[in-house]
Design a protein around this ligand. Structure first.
Ligand code: SF4
Length: 111
């Protein structure tokens, strides 16, 4: 779980961080609280390579997503992402490209 916050605008001057909706702020706070009280290590917080969770390198992101499988807040993290559609970073064990893949549907026999 990571978020990207632009620090400079097109003028190069610092910009204010984007405002979160009250619901998103509450849900993010709830997820953060779950991470904080987790008794098992949360991979994105305990990794030696935390930038993998926001990497543009597909292999690094995929490795981060695999590491999420042992996370005790995997479901909550994925639920947060599905609700708020975070576009970047690994959330709930999925990379951005994995989240964009359409769900497989049962093929109908064309006979
Ligand atoms: S599921 Fe992955 S991204 Fe989400 S909190 Fe756990 S380790 Fe971090």
């Amino acid at each position: 779980m990571t978020t990207s916050t632009p620090t400079t605008g097109t003028t190069g001057r610092p910009t204010a961080p984007p405002r979160l909706s009250p619901r998103k702020a509450r849900d993010l706070e709830t997820l953060h609280a779950a991470i904080t009280v987790a008794t098992d290590p949360v991979p994105c917080q305990s990794s030696d390579h935390p930038l993998a969770w926001i990497s543009d390198d597909p292999d690094e992101a995929a490795a981060a997503a695999r590491a999420c499988r042992s996370c005790s807040v995997l479901e909550a993290c994925g639920s947060y992402q599905r609700t708020h559609r975070e576009p970047a970073g690994v959330w709930g064990g999925k990379t951005p490209s994995q989240r964009q893949r359409p769900k497989r549907t049962r093929e109908v026999n064309p006979r």
